[in-house]
Design a protein around this ligand. Structure first.
Ligand code: SF4
Length: 480
């Protein structure tokens, strides 16, 4: 029973986090709130904001949505300062705790510091063990805390500019924001795995965000990405750039940001997400055409790809599913009947649209398959005659160690299964995935510049211990 509960808990694919930072305005915390609000899709379990008033840092973190964690009084009366960084977070299994909410706010020899992280450090377990063996005490179970301990290391403290030395110890995916009393710093790993962009407010203040949709929300102009291996320093004198490492010879930009995670309105790795998803849908229609009465999107992330599929195949586009936005993202239900019902509650199928119809359904991705099967059952139950499922990325067969909370290989529906076997499991009349080559052709940069590990099993940033991500979290949980 426990396995069954866990299986269905992963109703959504989870990313660890969205970042926002701004410097040089007395409304810093309020702007930060808006920037986080626009990126709520990147993390819904906790939120936090840290502010600087020039000499001290102050912060507030809490469990829940941005709108639940903050109120006007907090923003206007408590979080007062002219620089702010913020964070929205998804935890990985079992570590949804307040102690892990970010920004992490700590005091060390050089004063206070706040850190916010998007990504996953693949050597965090090793580093943490080394520090614990030297008597360090950790206050959270997140990989991010190791960064503060590196910053406080005596050999780093005595450096004029310690951050480049700290960052060179990190392996894996990291887009980071640091807040010190006199400055904000933003950096991105040398592989550029997670996005991070720079924007400018109309009054000239600089801001930084995981996704450019945050700039739209606050009226800021998108300037450019933080480059892989670059550190941006923003203070009262403006913005300065330096590198802490040469960019990797090949980038490892996460294609899944385009396939599923990012807001369609955002520009990620130089391309607008909605446009990329439409291209994925067009490519899918060319690779896997099918006769049908209409193309129907799976809300919400399958919508752009479905539109592309419909345009390319010249099959009408029809909305037949209405998502109930007030149902929570996670269902923990004990049996398949209840899980199927839960999906039917979240997704209202319109019987008059689907009854007796041959339907192409475009889904962005299939991870465990249990939720997709519930959706297919709901559509069939509403009267669909044929269901042809088209998926706008290849079969996901490998876990992600760079910040996306996929399950282990064994729990992935495509692991060791053929497409025919998956179609049988999902109870659809036909199933086709976009090919890896087709997916990469929709990306702007050469194929070599992207990470495709969850599809191809090729990890560009080598993983020493394939279980490290998961055992790290389980080991640490035993301490609490
Ligand atoms: S493994 Fe997949 S989800 Fe993870 S960074 Fe690579 S492309 Fe993105």
């Amino acid at each position: 029973m426990a396995v069954e509960l866990e299986l269905f808990e992963e109703y959504e694919k989870k990313e660890k986090c969205g970042l926002f930072g701004v410097w040089g305005t007395r409304q810093a915390s309020q702007i930060c709130y808006q920037g986080l609000f626009a990126q709520q899709h990147r993390g819904q379990e906790s939120a936090g904001i840290a502010v600087s008033d020039g000499s001290a840092l102050n912060g507030h973190m809490g469990m829940g949505l941005v709108s639940q964690v903050f109120n006007q009084r907090l923003l206007k009366e408590e979080l007062v300062g002219h620089g702010a960084i913020g964070h929205v977070r998804y935890s990985t299994t079992g570590s949804s705790k307040l102690c892990n909410a970010q920004p992490l706010l700590r005091q060390y020899l050089m004063g206070p510091v706040a850190v916010a992280h998007n990504g996953n450090l693949i050597n965090a377990q090793l580093l943490r063990r080394q520090y614990e063996e030297h008597g360090h005490i950790f206050q959270s179970t997140t990989d991010t805390e190791i960064i503060v301990h590196l910053l406080a290391k005596p050999t780093h403290v005595e450096k004029h500019d310690p951050l480049p030395h700290v960052l060179k110890h990190l392996q894996g995916a990291y887009s980071l924001l640091f807040l010190f009393p006199n400055r904000m710093e933003a950096c991105r790993d040398p592989w550029g795995i997670r996005p991070l962009s720079i924007g400018k407010l109309p009054e000239g203040q600089w801001c930084v965000a995981s996704e450019t949709c945050a700039f739209d929300a606050i009226g800021a102009e998108y300037i450019r990405e933080v480059e892989p291996g670059e550190i941006i320093r923003i203070d009262d004198h403006g913005l300065q750039s330096r590198t802490f490492d040469a960019p990797a010879t090949e980038r490892a930009q996460c294609v899944f940001e385009h396939v599923y995670f990012a807001n369609p309105a955002s520009k990620i790795f130089g391309q607008t997400v909605h446009i990329v998803r439409q291209e994925l849908g067009r490519m899918l229609a060319r690779e896997a055409p099918v006769e049908a009465d209409f193309v129907m999107p799976m809300p919400d992330s399958g919508r752009s790809a479905a539109l592309g599929f419909a345009k390319e195949s010249k099959i009408p586009f029809e909305e037949g599913i209405v998502p109930n936005r007030f149902v929570g993202r996670t269902f923990i239900l004990p049996n398949q009947v209840q899980r199927d019902r839960a999906v039917a509650t979240k997704l209202n199928i319109i019987p008059d649209v689907v009854k007796d119809k041959r339907i192409v359904i475009v889904e962005d991705s299939v991870v465990r398959g249990t939720t997709t099967r519930s959706k297919m059952r709901a559509i069939r139950h509403a009267g669909a005659r044929e269901i042809h499922l088209r998926v706008s990325c290849p079969p996901i067969r490998h876990p992600c160690f760079y910040g996306i909370d996929f399950p282990t290989s064994q729990e992935l529906i495509a692991h060791n299964r053929t497409v025919e076997q998956i179609a049988q499991f999902l109870e659809v009349d036909s199933l086709a995935y976009l090919s890896l080559e087709g997916m990469l052709k929709c990306m702007k940069d050469p194929q070599s510049q992207y990470c495709t590990a969850c599809w191809s099993g090729h990890y560009k940033v080598p993983i020493d211990n394939p279980q490290s991500k998961f055992s790290f979290e389980r080991d640490q949980l035993k301490m609490f």
